[in-house]
Design a protein around this ligand. Structure first.
Ligand code: PLP
Length: 401
């Protein structure tokens, strides 16, 4: 038994089986590269679902981490610190929002948004108590808490986790007319991903989000955009909603905000929405801790100074073109924006999982989503040669089937 399989067998004995990882045991990372326990090198084309957008162990983040860890790390929100407002202020400026509420994981920030829009519905829109409805899209992904899975379309996310949370209405993704029809006087918000990530990198029709913005505004329904995976330069814009020049009422961030080092998430919103929170109505022990805030602020500086928005757009085009030029019969579609690309394959020939396993052998790490799509979302700092290596090896992998 190899060292790797021994390690995996040991893990399987004590760790819950709530994931199905590729059979590789990683131990070290630098930039867009990672190494396994047998010192084999791989190109990371996953970036931990965009959490590692700045690459592994970015030297500036390590410096910021060490400095702040020696200064002050966690005090809880029982006290003020000098690190929270600089981050929130900067995020407000970037998103066009007025105020922010820090949490840790993405799902927590989504929960925060759900609480905010429900309260807004009762206190500012006059919805009768406990009647608020939130509209969501089919095949959405917003996290794994009980309330969030309550409006998932994926039944495996829900099975035997009931009773589920009521108050959610599902409409098809990318269908503005369906949004209009679903709205009633009890609708408080429309929660949506500007580009669906976990569903398989699904791009909506052009003009759709803009149309949704108009419909929401006319009906005093809050437009809340989940940018946890698409935000912070992933899709070639700072935020995916900028592709359509939309001004949402709330924006949810997570993943990349922590620089791939720490969990930090944030719900940002217009003042009118955020002011529904008062002391005692919501909280998180680690939310807004100075260590995570300091990293978050450094992440934003790095994105600006290393011009990662432009880089994501430019390299994204190169990736998209490169994958499209492969022209292999197994490929059904290549789609994406910026360094956020999905390749849908013909699962009659081979499963996406098998392709990912083959890619792993060839030194490229990626992961399938929904059995049919292979995701390519490398760190935004990736070098052109590395990107070209991924494209070449993908063709080699496909030719194996
Ligand atoms: C990953 C993700 C979440 C959940 O974030 P966690 O940190 O895993 O809780 C929510 N929404 C979107 C769009 C995501 O991609």
């Amino acid at each position: 038994m190899s060292k790797t399989s021994q390690w995996i067998a040991k893990e399987a004995k004590v760790c819950a089986h709530n994931y199905f990882p590729l059979p590789v045991v990683l131990t070290r990372g630098k930039g867009e590269w990672v190494w396994d326990i047998q010192q084999k090198r791989y190109l990371d084309m996953m970036s931990a679902y965009s959490a590692v957008s700045l690459g592994h162990c970015h030297p500036r983040l390590l410096k910021a981490l060490s400095e702040q860890a020696h200064q002050l790390a966690v005090v809880s929100r029982a006290f003020h610190t000098d690190k929270l407002y600089p981050l929130v202020e900067k995020l407000c400026r970037l998103t066009g929002m007025d105020m922010g509420l820090p949490m840790n994981s993405g799902a927590e920030a989504v929960e925060t948004a759900l609480k905010a829009v429900r309260r807004f519905g009762y206190e500012k829109k006059g919805i009768p108590d406990n009647q608020a409805q939130i509209i969501v899209s089919k095949n959405n992904f917003h996290g794994r808490t009980i309330s969030v899975i309550s409006f998932s379309s994926d039944k495996s996310y829900q099975q035997h986790f009931g009773p589920l949370t009521p108050g959610f209405i599902e409409i098809p993704f990318g269908d503005a007319q369906a949004l209009k029809s679903a709205i009633n006087p009890n609708t408080c918000a429309f929660l949506v991903e500007a580009i669906q990530g976990e569903a398989g990198i699904i791009l909506p029709p052009k003009g759709w989000l803009k149309e949704c913005e108009k419909i929401c505004r006319e009906n005093k329904v809050l437009l809340i955009v989940d940018e946890i995976q698409t935000g912070l330069a992933r899709t070639g814009k700072m935020f995916a909603f900028e592709h359509e020049n939309v001004k949402p009422d709330g924006v949810i961030l997570g993943k990349a905000l922590g620089g791939g080092i720490l969990p930090i998430s944030m719900f940002l919103a217009r003042k009118e929405v955020m002011e529904v929170f008062n002391p005692g109505s919501h909280g998180s022990t680690f939310g807004g801790n100075p260590l995570a805030c300091h990293i978050g602020l450094e992440v934003l500086s790095i994105i600006e100074e290393e011009k990662l928005v432009q880089k994501s757009a430019k390299l994204g085009d190169r990736l998209l073109e490169g994958l499209k030029s492969i022209n292999h019969p197994i490929i059904k579609e290549v789609r994406g924006k910026g360094l956020f690309v999905g390749v849908e394959i013909d699962t009659n020939v081979v499963s996406a999982r098998k392709v990912c396993e083959k890619l792993m052998e060839l030194g490229v790490l990626s992961k399938e989503t929904h059995e049919t799509t292979i995701r390519f979302a490398p760190p935004l700092i990736i070098h052109e040669e590395a990107l070209d290596f991924a494209i070449t090896e993908f063709e080699v992998a496909l030719n194996a089937f």
